[in-house]
Design a binder for this molecule. Structure first.
Ligand SMILES: Nc1ncnc2c1ncn2[C@@H]1O[C@H](COP(=O)(O)OP(=O)(O)O)[C@@H](O)[C@H]1O
Ligand SMILES: O=C(CO)[C@@H](O)[C@H](O)COP(=O)(O)O
Length: 490
């Protein structure tokens, strides 16, 4: 029995699954936490990956491995392959004004024209999450660090490079040209075009001020990115993927399927056969990990809204869920706008969260719990509307991610979204997608025309509820009523 491994290096943790390449049966798994914060030195991801791999019984008997990872993070390397500074993550908003500058500059000062030009060029309008804006921030805020940059990678590219032995080689002997990425993660950089399937050096130059840096080679979906020779046999390393594309592969998404992931980010994504170019910036037109496209809407505030509400109420997740389910739909008019970390979609990097509609009768733990769950889900429902507005078909919605473990989320989601919600059994779908890619790479090494293996789908449960339109309506009245954080606020 050949074994394959998949890694999910996500915002909060690293998860590893080891599966049977032929059937997809889970054999072993492991996980390790990442440090908090929106700026993290990549060595912490490597340490966590090593710990999670060890917990999963190691890779000695594994034939192929691939990494899915949080998207967009800026991993800047110098000529020796050393990390120049801690990576700015997708949820770091300090490059918000750099994003605004880049949009205006591509439109020669006309923001609308600039947004349309970016959407046409890269499928997405830059916001602070996009890697290109972080490079612009580096150019302006840390010119000495910017001058040292010899290569720019994403979290999953860097980990792939480490797994292949390059990133862990002695400084000075690290081969920057061995960096590999895939089209799904490249499409979130802001300097790769999903329609041309190629980097845009002009946009990299616009962002960083130069384009003489190494960018990871964009490997095909089932291409071997590296071969590691070991005493017990070789290990193939796949190209990996952005975490959302890996989840799509893990779930076997097809056109018509929509996945809502409630992790640190809230993501509404769909597989599409044609690229999208939403100049409003709500939908990012990413590529997927199989050769088609993955339009998605991503919010900055999802599972941590539930974490924060539970903390405020002094309960655990189960307690928060019980409170929310015992309260009435719409929380008697109490609305929580969940912009706790600023927001990316809509693009409000400086916004803060807010509570509206407080009355004496709604100052109860149950009302607050319900408002937190509903507010977080309403932001995702807005995302689903934005996908529909791009002509993306919505036939079946699946809910995954840590937040989908909440009973309240599962039961309230169909009411807020206005359609049935399918919840696959709890699992690590990003890591599973990476493992499926690894199995595909293994098969393609013998037969280049091999398709991704057909693995049995996990069990799932469907949740149904009448549409609670008043919840969306009251949220729509409240969502613009937020305060911006002031300079110096953390
Ligand atoms: N039962 C639960 N109810 C609500 N939230 C949960 C539950 N279990 C885990 N979470 C939250 O889910 C998040 C982790 O989910 P995950 O999808 O792994 O996130 P990420 O991929 O961003 O690291 C954490 O914020 C955690 O507190
Ligand atoms: O920025 C995006 C997608 O564009 C996020 O989805 C990140 O990829 C982080 O994912 P999680 O760690 O929250 O799953």
């Amino acid at each position: 029995m050949a074994l394959v491994a998949g890694v999910d290096s996500s915002t909060q943790s690293c998860k590893v699954v080891v599966r049977d390449a032929a059937t997809g049966a889970l054999v072993r798994s492991g996980r390790a936490a990442h440090p908090d914060g929106t700026e993290v030195h990549p060595r912490h991801w490597w340490t966590a990956l090593e710990e999670a791999v060890e917990q999963a019984g190691g890779l000695d008997d594994v034939a192929a491995v691939a990494v899915g990872g949080q998207q967009h993070g800026m991993v800047a390397l110098d000529a020796d392959g050393e990390v120049v500074r801690p990576a700015l993550l997708w949820n770091d908003t300090r490059s918000a004004s750099a994003a605004a500058d880049l949009v205006a500059e591509l439109g020669d000062g006309d923001v609308e024209r600039g947004a349309a030009a970016w959407a046409t060029a890269t499928g997405s309008v830059p916001v602070a999450s996009i890697t290109a804006t972080k490079l612009r921030w580096l150019r302006d805020a840390e010119p000495e660090n910017a001058a040292r940059v010899a290569a720019v990678a994403l979290p999953h590219d860097w980990l792939t490079w480490c797994l292949a032995g390059h990133g862990t080689a002695p400084a000075g002997s690290r081969d920057l040209t061995a960096l590999v990425t895939d089209r799904s993660d490249a499409s979130g950089t802001g300097y790769w075009s999903p329609t041309q399937e190629a980097y845009r050096p002009d946009l990299l130059r616009l962002a960083l001020g130069r384009d003489d840096v190494v960018l990871p080679r964009v490997a095909g979906p089932s291409e071997t990115a590296a071969v590691v020779e070991r005493p017990g046999g070789r290990l193939l390393v796949g190209p990996g993927a952005g975490d959302n594309a890996a989840a799509a592969l893990g779930l076997g998404m097809r056109p018509g399927d929509v996945t809502i992931s409630i992790g640190t980010s809230g993501v509404v994504s769909a597989v599409a056969s044609a690229p999208t170019t939403d100049a409003s910036g709500l939908v990012t037109g990413f590529a997927d990990a199989t050769g088609v496209y993955l339009p998605l809407v991503c919010t900055l505030n999802a599972s941590r809204v539930l974490d924060a509400a539970a903390r405020m109420l002094g309960v655990d997740h189960a307690g928060l869920s019980d409170l929310a389910l015992a309260a009435p739909a719409g929380a008697d008019g109490l609305v929580l706008v969940p912009y706790l970390e600023g927001e990316r979609t809509p693009n409000k990097p400086d916004a803060t969260g807010s509570l509206h509609g407080l009355r004496l009768s709604t100052t109860t733990p149950g009302h607050l719990a319900r408002a937190a769950v509903e507010g977080m889900l309403c932001a995702l429902a807005d995302g689903l509307d934005a996908l529909r507005a791009q002509g993306v078909p919505v036939e079946r919605v699946r809910l995954i991610g840590g937040g989908a473990r909440s009973e309240a989320v599962r039961r309230i989601a169909p009411a807020v979204l206005g359609l049935d919600v399918v919840v696959p059994e709890p699992g690590e779908y990003v890591a599973d997608g990476a493992a499926r890619q690894a199995a595909w790479v293994l098969a393609a090494a013998d037969d280049a025309s091999a398709a991704a293996p057909d693995w049995a789908a996990s069990g799932e449960e469907t949740f149904t509820a009448p549409a609670a339109t008043h919840v969306r309506e009251q949220y729509a009245r409240a969502r613009e009523l937020t305060l911006d954080r002031r300079d110096g606020d953390v």
